[in-house]
Design a protein around this ligand. Structure first.
Ligand SMILES: [Zn+2]
Length: 278
């Protein structure tokens, strides 16, 4: 029996609209991004509850904040990334769509732990990946290709760095800590003695998701080339300089948004497996 509180749904809708509006005004979200974030917020706040919303907000606030950190030194890398720092609807759904599915699954299995753990794992994965990207590019040491381990330019798809890996684990650990501290009362299927195992499992789910993201970025993700700048980029059809980019490698449909969605799914499934075997 699915139980939905209409008061909670009403409050959730109000809060989601409020957060989306502020983010739109602060240029963190585009118009379509604000719409998608409102829908996502209604599902997470309204159908999940405050604990679910806290994890989403921790991701949203920390990743939006980090994208503003050291903007000057990131400016030269903007040409590599497919999009700027204002998030559109595809980016919002790529990061939060899998989490929303876990909220809906929780409605069908309200006492069971796996939808909450899956939700936490997917949030940890997108948070790890965003923290790794936003902080990894600031690394003063080099970046290395995750598959060939050759030294590559910072910001290259599939590049990893020492700082980025530390940032990735920290981003997952933040979500993990919140997921364990704010464990919803309704979910009774949980052995309290396992809290620290769950903490590290969620943090590792985050790291796992961001590693999957890097491997896809290094292998199957669609990568383009700008003949004017003589550089690889995720941008298409035009590079930031205005030159049309040419397709270089990867699967054409597998853009950065799909890679992020797979990252979220990888983190979520990691925790579903954990919940089943623990
Ligand atoms: Zn160019």
């Amino acid at each position: 029996m699915i139980q939905i509180s209409f008061l909670q749904l009403l409050i959730g809708t109000f809060l989601a609209l409020f957060v989306a509006l502020i983010s739109y005004r602060a240029k963190v979200l585009s118009r379509s991004g604000a719409l998608a974030a409102t829908l996502l917020g209604i599902v997470v706040f309204g159908l999940g509850g405050i604990e679910w919303a806290l994890l989403l907000l921790a991701f949203f606030v920390s990743s939006s904040g980090l994208s503003k950190v050291a903007k000057g030194s990131k400016q030269k890398l903007v040409e590599k990334f497919s999009k700027g720092s204002t998030r559109d609807s595809n980016q919002v759904l790529a990061n939060g769509g899998v989490a929303a599915v876990f909220v809906l699954l929780h409605l069908f299995f309200p006492q069971q732990a796996w939808p909450w753990l899956g939700f936490a794992g997917s949030m940890a994965a997108v948070n790890s990946d965003t923290w790794a990207t936003e902080l990894g590019v600031l690394s003063s040491r080099g970046a290395y290709h995750i598959l060939s381990t050759k030294k590559v330019e910072k910001g290259t798809s599939g590049a990893i760095s020492f700082l980025g890996t530390i940032a990735s684990f920290s981003g997952g650990l933040l979500i993990a800590a919140l997921a364990v501290i704010f464990w919803p009362d309704k979910i009774t299927d949980f052995n309290a003695q396992l809290w620290w195992v769950s903490l590290f499992a969620i943090a590792f789910a985050g790291l796992f998701g961001s590693i999957v993201d890097s491997i896809l970025g290094a292998s199957l993700q669609a990568i383009y080339y700008c003949p004017t700048c003589e550089k690889e980029t995720e941008r298409t059809p035009f590079h930031i300089c205005g030159t049309p980019t040419t397709f270089k490698r990867g699967w054409k449909w597998l853009n950065n948004d799909w890679v992020n969605a797979v990252c979220a799914l990888a983190g979520g499934l990691f925790m579903v497996v954990f919940a089943l075997v623990k």
